[in-house]
Design a protein around this ligand. Structure first.
Ligand code: C2E
Ligand code: MG
Ligand code: MG
Length: 696
């Protein structure tokens, strides 16, 4: 149908507009009968133009609609917008928006309508309504605080939970960002602002922060905040930013606890090994940047193990706590004191310009330990040995620095404890040597690398050989001959001393049986026992078994121990000592004059023999004090029924002086160096069954 044969003659332009419009356009008479429909309307309804022109407005209305908007509007003159469900030719229905208006042409009234399919728009609106409803629900029931921030007005809405979460009344503070910020921990404000700005500027993909928020009760709670921009303007500028704030205080507490446990020692609360080494690394890096020095002090408490063993772990723990406090007191606030474990501590002195700057702190440190510790009303003296290494002079990184400070500490221990020692290259070599010894010791016994040598012991009155001391010798294909002073302490530490000690004992006793049979049945053998062997529960059994395997009398065996065994304070020391002497074996205290030289030990423990250390004998002819001391020791020992052996007699004067002072026996290079079994056998043969007197 064209407009020419309709009622309205009009221009070509109108014709085109009406034909091309995507909206349906119709004209109907007052009964509803269509007298004009455009192509869009035909398409919307699915009917042909002819079919529609034979239809009525009410024919296309979907059935079962209570009110009849068409009927109401037909009489209305003004623009009327109605929504009505229409039915297409195929029976399907859709919601339409119909704008109707009565128009008057040539005195007749018609209904002019535009019709639009609005089903899509309605669906979208419905989703929006549903979403809004859901959001309201979420805001109400969520356990988290929810906020909605209108960025252009800088106002913010909070849900109820937001307030109650922090212990406030509902609406306790105005819904403004500034009011909210007043309750954020001062240290966290910059962090939040930075995160918000970077997220809104699109520099970070998400907004996710943790901060502290003031509760009503004036304590801070930890909050985790997450949010998202949900509305932006056409230029992409964010308008609305919404998100949640969750209370993560409990989780944070756990985290902090775990973090603390991972970084701090639970006894002393000092940084633990992990954190200390981390700080050491940082200190080295900083020193490198600033051209400065770091002094690393490695401390080990002297004889701490003894305290633990004799007084119990509670006292030991208390002592560690007190020691840690003293350490804290000597350093500057910027320095780190850390506990590496056991009785080992480190102090990191960073930012030094000269090595000498560490010196006063070290001395102050040792001084702190010269004061008595009082624990459970018990007075204890606990000294410490300190090793010092300097970065970058002594090491190129933190771990090397630690290693070298550690070996410097060992050196301090060797220098008699309660002192400090600086790291030197030589010391490092010393540590490497120790390592090599440890490596080679492994399996050395099975490879037959050990032998026992014998040093004759002389009766000073008649200069006869009355026995010998068994001394261990080690020849290793890699290291050559290693002196016992070097390897015994390593074997002590690794535990290798147990089988080694048994080897010496068995060899020496077996050999003694032969010498007793062939030369003199009063020949005495002395065997050294180390502290570790003494703690070995099998010791007594091994000794008994060894004696049983030969036919030497127990009185021919003498076991030498140093004061170290007694100092180690183990309860079973006395029991072991008693068991040994009950077997009829003699006990000798070796190296008397070094270490503590406590005469009280001689009274309290069942000793038979005292051996005066070589260092005293060495000086006795030149040093009158030493001579007086030896005199006193001999007299005292005799009063306690002990025989006295002088070690390391090298000169005739020493021998004669000792004889004058009443010393019973002696050994030393003057008489003989330690000999192989064969050489000893030859010597015994030469001295015609022990009746030989030394030609002096
Ligand atoms: P020690 O028990 O005090 O042994 C005496 C040490 O002094 C021996 O050193 C001996 O060779 C040395 N000596 C003896 N007379 C003289 C002398 O006139 N001048 C000098 N300068 N030295 C003399 P050696 O054999 O090197 O043993 C050193 C230490 O190693 C021993 O000291 C002992 O403590 C330990 N040792 C040796 N063998 C054993 C062993 O089988 N078991 C244990 N546990 N320790 C052993
Ligand atoms: Mg000895
Ligand atoms: Mg000795």
């Amino acid at each position: 149908m064209t407009l020419e044969n309709a009622l309205f003659p009009t221009s070509q332009l109108y014709q085109t507009l009406v034909d091309e419009s995507s909206q349906g356009i119709t004209v109907a008479d007052l009964k509803g009968g269509y007298i004009f429909v455009n192509p869009a309307f035909c398409q919307i309804m699915g009917y042909s133009e002819v079919a529609l022109l034979n239809m009525n407005m009410f024919d296309i209305k979907a059935p079962k609609q209570d009110d009849s908007p068409f009927e109401q509007t037909i009489s209305v003159k003004e623009n009327q917008i109605i929504q009505v469900l229409l039915q297409r030719k195929d029976g399907s229905t859709f919601m339409s928006e119909v704008v109707e208006k009565s128009i008057n042409i040539d005195g007749n009234t018609y209904v002019f309508s535009t019709i639009q399919d609005i089903s899509k728009r309605i669906a979208i609106e419905q989703t929006l309504i549903n979403n809004e409803k859901r959001n309201c629900m979420v805001m109400k029931i969520a356990n988290d605080g929810i906020w909605s921030w209108h960025l252009n007005t800088n106002t913010v809405e909070f849900n109820e939970r937001y307030y109650t979460m922090a212990g406030y009344e509902k609406d306790a503070f105005p819904a403004s960002v500034d009011e909210w910020l007043k309750r954020v921990h001062a240290d966290d404000i910059a962090h939040i602002t930075h995160n918000v700005e970077s997220y809104l500027a699109g520099k970070s993909a998400e907004y996710d922060v943790e901060f502290r928020f003031l509760r009503k009760n004036n304590t801070y709670m930890w909050i985790r905040g997450k949010g998202e921009v949900v509305e932006s303007d056409s230029t992409g500028k964010p308008l609305r930013f919404i998100g949640t704030h969750s209370d993560i205080s409990v989780q944070k507490e756990h985290e902090e606890k775990i973090l603390h446990q991972a970084h701090f020692d639970s006894l002393t609360f000092l940084p633990n090994r992990f954190l200390s080494l981390d700080r050491l690394e940082l200190a080295c890096e900083e020193a490198k940047r600033n051209n400065e020095l770091v002094a690393l002090l490695f401390l080990d408490l002297d004889d701490f193990k003894k305290v633990n063993d004799t007084l119990g772990h509670d006292v030991g723990d208390q002592l560690l706590i007190d020691a840690a406090n003293r350490l804290r007191n000597v350093v500057r606030s910027v320095d780190t004191v850390g506990r590496l474990g056991g009785d080992e501590f480190i102090i990191i002195l960073g930012g030094l310009k000269k090595i000498e700057e560490a010196q006063p702190i070290v001395e102050n440190l040792l001084n702190q330990f010269r004061k008595i510790f009082v624990i459970n009303a018990r007075e204890l003296l606990l000294t410490t040995s300190v090793g010092i290494a300097i970065y970058p002079n002594d090491a190129s990184d933190a771990s090397e620095l630690l290693r070298n400070a550690d070996s410097a500490m060992y050196d301090a221990k060797k220098c008699g404890r309660n002192t400090y020692s600086y790291y030197t290259r030589q010391m490092n070599e010393c540590a490497q040597r120790r390592l090599a010894i440890e490596e080679q010791l492994h399996g050395a016994l099975a490879r037959n690398e050990f032998s026992v040598h014998y040093q004759p012991k002389i009766d000073l009155v008649n200069t006869k050989i009355m026995g010998a001391e068994a001394l261990l010798r080690w020849h290793n294909p890699v290291l050559g001959n290693v002196p016992p002073d070097e390897f015994i302490s390593v074997a002590e530490q690794t535990g290798a001393i147990i089988p080694l000690g048994q080897f010496v004992l068995k060899q020496a006793v077996k050999q003694t049986a032969i010498w007793q049979k062939n030369f003199d049945d009063s020949f005495q053998i002395a065997v050294n026992l180390s502290p570790r062997q003494f703690r070995d529960l099998q010791l007594i059994n091994v000794i008994k078994q060894t004696l049983n395997e030969t036919n030497i009398t127990s009185g021919s065996l003498e076991l030498e121990i140093t004061e170290g065994v007694l100092l180690s304070g183990h309860r079973q020391v006395r029991e072991v000592l008693n068991s040994i002497t009950n077997l009829g074996i003699k006990m000798a205290m070796d190296d008397f004059g070094t270490g503590y030289s406590s005469l009280s030990y001689l009274r309290t423990y069942p000793f038979d023999v005292l051996k005066i250390d070589r260092s005293f004998i060495n000086d006795m002819t030149s040093n009158s004090k030493d001579k007086a001391l030896i005199n006193a020791v001999i007299a005292m020992s005799h009063a306690l029924n002990l025989k006295v052996v002088a070690e390391g007699i090298e000169t005739k004067q020493q021998f004669e002086l000792l004889r004058t002072l009443g010393c019973d026996y002696g050994q030393g290079y003057l008489f003989s160096k330690p000999l192989t079994t064969d050489d000893m056998t030859t010597l015994l043969k030469d001295t015609s069954s022990m009746n030989y007197s030394f030609e002096l």
